[in-house]
Design a protein around this ligand. Structure first.
Ligand code: E4P
Length: 217
């Protein structure tokens, strides 16, 4: 399963990228706002650092303007995936941009039927939002499972990019279900390394070696 990092913070992307943990990046208008950066400039910087797909989201809601924005975004770098919302106009933009050979990430997906439409419109990625479904007491992971089944039933090659990932459990469950990609905030990716028994075991090892008075360096 590929890891995308869900942020527009350059330093945080760099830290994870240097460790080989970044297969791609996703941004959205809220993450751009949080970064305080210009969308074109920061996207250019991210694309120069990361070789995998970098999702940059359109900022309009009608198909024609989304298509024009998408054509501008793909000029930034060859690894841009144009992110469009899962609306009827977004699907039109997806069809046009994907037919032109561009990667398209269809975002704000909350149902299996929406995912089916995105695949038929030629999306490279579908982004079902797990956390936001969990927030309203629906089951985000069940949606990932259902989309996996549907895409496998019909051989769609649209990649399932599990988004709105909030917990380490979301990551491991997505891997078990067979999501192609998980995009998660840097803090969630880093917390995958944590386990209380690792901390406990390490403390005991450090105490025991200290008791012997030995040092390697
Ligand atoms: C995905 O592409 C989105 O940027 C993101 O995962 C949304 O997550 P949120 O629901 O935590 O804002």
């Amino acid at each position: 399963m590929k890891f995308f990092v869900d942020t527009a913070e350059i330093d945080q992307i760099r830290e994870l990228n240097d460790l080989g943990m970044v297969d791609g990046v996703t941004t959205n208008p809220s993450l751009i706002k949080k970064s305080g950066r210009d969308i074109i400039e920061v996207t250019k910087e991210i694309c120069a650092m990361v070789s995998g797909p970098v999702s940059a989201e359109v900022t309009s809601t009608d198909a024609d303007t989304m298509i024009a924005e998408g054509r501008k975004l793909v000029e930034i770098a060859p690894n841009i995936a144009v992110k469009v919302p899962l609306t009827w106009d977004g699907l039109k933009a997806c069809k046009t941009l994907s037919s032109e050979g561009h990667m398209v990430n269809v975002t704000l997906c909350f149902s299996a039927n929406q995912a089916l439409l995105a695949a038929k419109a030629g999306a490279s990625f579908i982004s079902p939002f797990i956390g936001r479904l969990d927030d309203i007491n629906l089951d985000g992971l069940e949606l990932i499972e259902n989309i996996r089944t549907i895409y496998d039933n019909y051989g769609f090659d649209t990649e399932i990019l599990a988004a709105s990932v909030r917990t380490t459990n979301h990551v491991s469950e997505c891997a078990l279900i067979g999501a192609d990609v998980v995009t998660a905030p840097p803090a969630v990716i880093k917390s995958l390394a944590n386990h209380p028994l690792t901390d406990k075991g390490l403390a005991a090892f450090m105490a025991d070696i200290a008791d012997t008075g030995q040092k390697i360096l």
